[in-house]
Every structure is written in C-alpha cells, then in structure tokens.
Ligand binder design. Structure first.
Ligand SMILES: Cc1ncc(COP(=O)(O)O)c(C=O)c1O
Length: 462
C-alpha cells in the first residue's frame, strides 16, 4: 500500500455522482423520493444535532439517523474510544476466549436494570428481536408470540412477523407461524390472546416508535400482570424509545414495569458501530445455554466485537457525563407543550403526542371549506401527502430535517438527538410556527406546493 487511505477524499470523489450511483446500483426508489420532495441536498458534514449541505447551509436534524445519533453525530468521545481500540492491537473476536470489553458493557447496562442479570449482544435491532423470540420460546417451551398493531420491530423474518404494518409484510409471506396481533393499549384483547397459555412472549414497544404512541398510564403494568398470570414473558423493545430518549434510561421506568427481557440497539452504537443487546433474567438465559455443548447454540460472528463494545461504553459515558437523559426530559417537555399549542391554534392539526424526545404532530382534516377541498384532493391521491406539505417547507425554508411518521401516516415525527439546546428548540419552534401559519392560508405557497406534488405524482404514475 503506497498511501494512507483518505475517506474524505473518497467521499468527495464519488460525491458528484452520489444520486446516479445509487439510482444505478442501489435503491433507485429512494433517489426518486429524495428528488421528488427536494431533499437531495447533498449533505457533506454532520456534527452534533446538525448537518451541512453542499452549499454550506446548516440543518437541524430531527431524524437523527432513525435514532442512531442519540448523543449527536461524530461525538469526539466516541471517535477517541474507537481510535483507541484501533491503536491498542486488542485481541478482538478470538472466539475461543471471552471479551473483557463485552463483560464491562454488560455490567454497565445491567446496573441500569437491577432486576435483570444477563446480556446477549447482537449486531442490530432486528437481531436483538430475533434473539428475544428464540430466548422466549426456549425458556417457556411455547411457540406463541403476541405483538401489537402498528408495531415496528425490524425487517428480518422473525422481527417482521411481529410488525403490525402491512406495507412491510406484503409480498414477503408467509410470516413465522404462531404470531398473533393485538391492538396496542387493549388489555382485554391481550388477555384473550394469552389465556390459552401457549404464548411464549408478549413483544411490545413501551412507546410505539413508528407511530409515536405512548400507552395509557396503567397499560404496561397491567400487561405485565397478565403476562405473569399466564406464564408469558414480557419483552420490552426499547430499541427506539430506550437509552434516555423519553427522559428515563428505559421507557418502562415511567410505568414501574420490570420486563423479563429488554432490548436496546440504535443509539448504543454512538452512531458509528452497530450493536444490539437483549438484557434478561438469568433463568431465561439459562434455558438456552443450559449445557456445555450448547455454549454457542445462539450467537453471531461479529457480536461483541471490540469496536461495538467500545462504542457502547463510550456512549454510556456521554449520556451520563452530559446529562442527556435529563436534557431529553426537559427539552421534551418544552417541545410537547409547544406542539400542543400548535394543535390548539390550527384546525388542520389534530394532536401533539409523545414522551421526551420522541414526539409527533398529527394533522387532520381542516374545518375551513377551502382548505378541506385541497386536503381531500391530496389525501385521495396519496394518504399522508399533506404531511409532506409541512416537511418540505421546513426543510427548504427553515433547514429542518424531519420525517413523516410512517407510510400513509398523517403524523410528522420528531426524533432528534438528545443534545438539543434551547437555541435548537427556538429554531424548531420558529420553523413549525411559520410553516403551519403558511399552511393555514389556502392561497399560500404551501398548497401550491401541494398542487405541484400532485402533478408530479400524476406524471410519475402516468
Ligand atoms: C422499536 C424498534 N425495534 C426494532 C427495530 C429494528 O432495528 P434495526 O433497524 O437496527 O434492525 C427498530 C428500527 O427502527 C425499532 O424502531
């Protein structure tokens, strides 16, 4: 090798062709989406809660890589931790030994869940979900998995079989057998599903991430009681809502619930090295790893690799040192109050909801006749298109990157870094206030944009 690799130079060299390369070799539909809504901004840099585009304009990132950048992008503490691993020539992934860094990370995570004793590491959220399904089945000797409507748990087959949105499942069937859907927040339906005592695990997001739906106050506690009554393990998928996002380390802490298994991933990576984990009770773990000849009965080659473990340890340092959980609680409270004020001001905003820094603003049919005509036209064309009338001006006019909560959803979702400052909140509040005020004018630019989008969509489908 004659020269040191320079990935900034490699990035720059491919930058001019980035959309063409993707259209040709990767996901061409994603390129179409970005170009249609004008999000093809060519981001060139990321730091903390911000992104910069090719023109040097700064954006406030309220998507945070789908929650991966809980501690912000390119945090220097994570970079230092990862560089120190590379510099130390550690005996990574020996496989016929055990990893000290994995032991240290497991101990730190389990200190946060004193009712649990064991950790199982994976390489992603979906892999953690897969593991939890296997653990639940092995521990109970039952096949059933109960999951909720509108849930999201990942896109591998086991996880997908527990996803409550048709878009992700259609065309990929059959799903795994013995998976049963129940409405979220419905205890009677849950009891009906558990009563036959053939359900291994109830897999639930304490706060549903895709649609941003917190449960009623007593739901999870009662669900836990039902699980105990019928011998079902309670599996809390905290992959999106955990790690401080809701203002507590685990979202279940808000509801005084102690699940038998708790899953984390996303933000634990520090935004750099994928990692997932299942925290669980000793007896559940022991049912899978119950004999010496089964010491490797479940696992994955790259799980527990030193870079992932270092990213996890450094992420916990940052969360604690920068008091990000407290910050998520405070900024979440401020922003939820702000979004509720918007809901009270605009007749096309139905409600604001969420906890901590997992928030949503749901639009609804306007009462004003003129706006309602536009609304109906857009919604008939494509359900959820009206949300883009808010996300596009937020992006173009205010430099705020935000997403629609899901396919066909009418909710705009806020999943920012946990590092938001008061100035960031003001930026966000200004952007939303102006954009929604403009959307309230039936002759204004927002609805013209709607017409343009409609024409574009018609042309594309014609
Ligand atoms: C609640 C929840 N569970 C599981 C997953 C899957 O994680 P991954 O994309 O890392 O496989 C996600 C991803 O969005 C999620 O939000």
């Amino acid at each position: 090798m004659t020269h040191a690799p320079d990935m900034r130079a490699a990035f720059d060299a491919a930058d001019a062709d980035r959309y063409d390369l993707h259209a040709r070799h990767l996901n061409h539909q994603m390129v179409r989406v970005l170009k249609t809504i004008g999000f093809d901004a060519r981001f060139t840099r990321g730091k903390g809660a911000y992104l910069w585009d090719a023109r040097g304009a700064r954006y406030l990132d309220l998507v945070s890589g789908w929650g991966v950048f809980a501690i912000g992008r390119n945090h220097p503490h994570i970079a230092a931790a990862l560089k120190s691993v590379l510099d130390a020539d550690l005996p990574n992934l020996v496989q016929m030994d055990v990893s000290p860094l994995a032991g240290a990370l497991a101990e730190r995570l389990l200190k946060r869940a004193p009712w649990l004793d064991k950790a199982f590491f994976a390489n992603s959220g979906a892999e953690a979900v897969e593991a939890s399904i296997k653990f639940a089945r092995a521990a109970t000797g039952r096949a059933g998995i109960v999951y909720c409507e509108h849930s999201f748990h990942g896109l591998t087959y086991g996880a997908l079989s527990a996803v409550g949105e048709r878009l992700y499942r259609d065309g990929f069937g059959p799903a795994l057998p013995d998976f049963h859907e129940v409405p979220f927040d419905d205890l009677a339906a849950l009891e009906r599903a558990l009563r036959r005592r053939d359900v291994a695990g109830f897999l639930v997001e304490p706060i549903q991430g895709k649609v941003v739906r917190p449960p009623s106050p007593g739901y999870l506690r009662e669900a836990q009681a039902l699980c105990r009554k019928y011998g079902t393990l309670l599996i809390a998928d905290e992959i999106q809502c955990g790690l401080g996002r809701t203002g507590k380390f685990f979202a279940v802490e808000h509801f005084a619930v102690e699940p038998d298994l708790v899953l984390l991933a996303k933000g634990l990576s520090g935004g750099h090295v994928p990692v997932g984990v299942v925290l669980m009770r000793r007896d559940v773990f022991g049912k899978v790893f119950d004999r010496m000849d089964k010491a490797v009965v479940h696992g994955s080659t790259f799980a527990k690799n030193d870079l992932a473990m270092a990213a996890g340890l450094a992420t916990l340092d940052v969360i604690e040192h920068e008091k990000l959980i407290e910050n998520a609680a405070a900024k979440g409270e401020r922003l939820l109050a702000f979004l509720r004020r918007l809901a009270g001001t605009h007749d096309f905003v139905r409600e604001a909801r969420g906890m901590g820094l997992l928030l949503a603003l749901e639009l609804g049919e306007p009462k004003s006749l003129k706006l309602r005509a536009f609304w109906t036209m857009l919604e008939t064309m494509s359900k959820g298109l009206t949300c883009q009338l808010v996300t596009i001006p937020l992006f173009k006019d205010h430099g705020i990157l935000v997403q629609v909560a899901g396919h066909g959803s009418r909710a705009i979702k806020l999943l920012p870094t946990l590092t938001l400052t008061d100035e960031d909140c003001e930026w966000l509040e200004r952007g939303f206030t102006d954009t929604l005020a403009a959307a309230g004018e039936s002759a204004g630019p927002v609805w013209n944009l709607g017409k343009t989008l409609l024409e574009g969509a018609r042309a594309a489908s014609g």
